[in-house]
Design a protein around this ligand. Structure first.
Ligand code: FCB
Length: 486
């Protein structure tokens, strides 16, 4: 072929590519830029499945914390949850989701179901269960978005040091291999790990409860005396994700996508004196992860703090580069609320406090501020090279919003929250942000970790005693929106 012909062909070809395809450098081809926007909902195994000992499942550390130490209160466990492991039940739930019109469902698979001891023998019953579930989802026209790890580490590995030890990277890599071997033909979109930051934060609360010490309920900013351990865990989790990400590429899944779900928290300084404090929180909660993944370096200000405080983070030369080198194909964002930060000389918590702001509507996870989602998405676009993004979680629960009256749940606050955040996503897409999906947390009310069954986040109401489901008004709103925009 002559050079001229080649040039003409290239021009012709590029004029047929969408903007997303041109910028997406996923070597396996991009699922997102060649498929309709994903309008979905999300959940996680421990919060919904129940069946905690079925089909040879091993215990996760959550099973032990809830059953043995009752960290969420007496009798509050995930042993039954919303009975989602039961095929009879989940088929009805898939029908409800189909009725809403969603085309994507983000769920997690349970590591201790698949490898009961964490490493070693694979439990084929669990593999078969999830393969059937995925086929059932697909038969309903719903794309599976599969999370490998949503906090339920096998207890056997937790007892060997869990994320505190670097061996966790190999354990996870081994698990990821089992997952790709068994699901590569069915699943294209993988969330390798959910919210490394919040898992660590909640685990510190749980440890305090177990030791009968007063817990620190700040899950975003680890206490000063635990920051060393938190950053060490984050490095191991990121390396585990990198190992799984590299492996994912070796399978060449056509149009396969692999990313992580980060709980990004825009920080807002309450006054000009507080901007350094807000910057510091941003460094721990956001830049620690984003900079490693997209820049191949941990943020200098946080490393400097660690050095001044003689932390031993066990980071080895090249770790952050390894994480960048894994080449994650998209970023999953879990967004709930921003965090207000105030410099506060009286506080021994890094000399800062996190005030509740007046005149704002507060959900369980913070204030309803869709403008901050827009700000966050613009930041990802402008500072991190406009990667493909899917919103892997967004949603809210409000006190008093989920009361069942005459067979109806009129959750107006949730509807209002969803409307605002969907509008923010649409606004960023209009100006070139590569956002390809949006998942409400959650499809159903479920077990909200340490908060138990009292904090409802679902669009589908669940009567936890009878397992009856009722579509809330938010489900009707979201369904109508999705059907109109698909
Ligand atoms: C996120 C978790 C999810 C759920 C929501 C409300 O931090 O990923 O499991 O608990 O919060």
């Amino acid at each position: 072929m002559t050079k001229r012909l080649l040039a003409i062909l290239l021009v012709l070809l590029s004029s047929h590519l969408t903007e997303g395809q041109m910028t997406n450098d996923n070597p396996n081809g991009s699922y997102f830029s060649t498929h309709p926007f994903l309008w979905g909902a999300a959940s996680a195994a421990y919060q919904v499945e129940g069946a905690y000992q079925a089909d040879g499942k091993g215990p996760s550390y959550w099973d032990v914390w809830m059953n043995k130490y009752e960290i969420a209160g007496p009798g509050v466990t995930g042993n039954v949850a919303i009975n989602f492991y039961d095929r009879k039940q989940y088929l009805k739930d898939i029908m409800l989701m189909k009725q809403l019109g969603i085309n994507s469902y983000r769920f997690s698979i349970s590591w201790p179901r698949i490898i009961p001891d964490g490493v070693g023998a694979v439990n084929m019953k669990a593999i078969e269960h999830y393969r059937t579930f995925i086929k059932d989802l697909k038969a309903a026209g719903i794309e599976p978005v599969m999370t490998l790890y949503h906090w339920d580490m096998p207890q056997a590995l937790f007892e060997k040091g869990g994320w505190d030890v670097r061996e966790s990277v190999d354990w996870f890599g081994n698990y990821a291999k089992v997952v790709f071997d068994n699901f590569k033909d069915l699943v294209k979109i993988y969330v390798l790990c959910n919210e490394m930051l919040i898992e660590t934060g909640i685990s510190f609360i749980a440890e305090d409860i177990i030791k009968k010490e007063k817990p620190n309920f700040n899950v975003v900013v680890p206490a000063p005396d635990r920051l060393e351990r938190a950053l060490t865990q984050f490095n191991h989790k990121l390396l585990a994700v990198a190992a799984a990400g590299k492996l994912f590429h070796s399978y060449h899944i056509p149009q396969g996508e692999a990313g992580v779900a980060l709980p990004l928290v825009p920080t807002i300084a309450v006054n000009t004196e507080s901007s350094a404090a807000a910057q510091f929180v941003d460094g721990i909660a956001n830049r620690w992860f984003l900079d490693a993944i997209y820049k191949g370096a941990y943020p200098a200000d946080i490393l400097e703090y660690a050095k001044e405080h003689h932390f031993d983070l066990k980071i080895q030369e090249g770790d952050a580069k390894e994480i960048q080198g894994a080449g994650l194909t998209y970023l999953g964002i879990n967004y709930y609320a921003p965090m207000f930060v105030q410099q506060d000389e009286k506080s021994d918590y890094y000399g800062m406090s996190f005030p509740h702001m007046p005149n704002m509507e507060y959900a369980f996870n913070g204030p309803n501020r869709p403008d901050q989602l827009e700000r966050l998405l613009l930041r990802i676009k402008d500072e991190y090279g406009n990667p493909s993004v899917i919103i892997t979680e967004n949603g809210a629960g409000f006190k008093g919003d989920d009361e069942l009256k005459n067979g109806q749940v009129n959750d107006t606050h949730r509807i209002n929250y969803l409307k605002g955040h969907i509008a923010a996503v649409q606004a960023v897409r209009k100006i070139g942000g590569h956002v390809y999906g949006y998942h409400v947390w959650s499809s159903h009310d479920n077990l909200e970790w340490i908060s138990g069954y009292g904090s409802r986040f679902g669009m589908i109401y669940v009567d936890f005693k009878t397992q009856q489901r009722i579509l809330k008004n938010s489900a009707k709103y979201y369904g109508a929106y999705v059907r109109a925009h698909r």
